[in-house]
Design a protein around this ligand. Structure first.
Ligand SMILES: N[C@@H](CCC(=O)N[C@@H](CS)C(=O)NCC(=O)O)C(=O)O
Length: 220
């Protein structure tokens, strides 16, 4: 069975994207805890692996990688028995890729803009009404994408786009009070469905999301 090293922290949603993808593929991973608070990502050894000094940093043989979503699609391309998690069909692949960018640049961004100023005062001033409204708007789009029991890209099977969005949405949900989630019923149903499809969900994502939520709530 293939085995990779994941340098990261369970708190980190991007790290959990790679963990969940590896779980879905049956790829073994050695989780190498890299404590950002202790500066373990700034050592000469770590910077040699990843000069961008972010986590996850993933090592597969002699290939050092970062950017979680690119790592997830690499793992599927390399190790999956079929293309369900990352369809080869051009239209479906566009839809999955689009959602991977949406997850990073739109959903996580909108969430971070609201949550991070509370968690890390150096991040910037508290979120204003516009930022809160933006997060609601973006969650509304996600709710539509997964409405009617669909996976996010409209595929019959779960894809890496769902996995990335699960990492982000479960993190938002764990940060109770960051926004009102009561009107996004389709997201809740989709989340439950995906949780049931990801092996070792709690270890790969649930525990880390809960820990992140604990950090948010202690700061809020
Ligand atoms: N877009 C990147 C984001 C990675 C990222 O920002 N990781 C954070 C932790 S969640 C980090 O390592 N921050 C420390 C740093 O950048 O020095 C990904 O998806 O992998």
């Amino acid at each position: 069975m293939p085995s990779i090293d994941i340098y990261g922290m369970p708190l980190s949603a991007p790290c959990r994207i790679v963990q969940m993808t590896a779980e879905c593929l049956g790829v073994e991973y050695n989780f190498k805890l890299t404590d950002l608070m202790k500066g373990e990502h700034m050592t000469p050894e770590f910077l040699k692996m990843n000069p961008e000094h972010n986590i996850p940093t993933v090592v597969d043989g002699d290939l050092n990688m970062n950017e979680s979503r690119a790592v997830a699609t690499y793992l599927v391309n390399k190790y999956a028995e079929d293309d369900k998690l990352y369809p080869k069909d051009a239209t479906l692949r566009y839809k999955v890729d689009k959602l991977l960018y949406f997850d990073m640049g739109v959903l996580y961004k909108a969430f971070g803009d609201v949550a991070y100023p509370k968690m890390m005062p150096t991040y910037g001033p508290p979120a204003d009404e516009k930022k809160h409204d933006r997060l609601k708007e973006v969650l509304g789009w996600l709710n539509n994408y997964v409405s009617g029991g669909k996976f996010a890209a409209g595929t019959d099977d779960m894809t890496v786009a769902d996995i990335a969005l699960v990492a982000t949405f479960s993190t938002i949900k764990a940060c109770e009070g960051v926004t009102d989630l009561s009107s996004y019923e389709d997201i809740e149903k989709w989340l439950t469905k995906c949780q049931g499809l990801i092996p070792n969900y709690e270890k790969a994502n649930g525990e880390g999301a809960t820990a992140f939520g604990g950090w948010y709530k202690s700061a809020a």
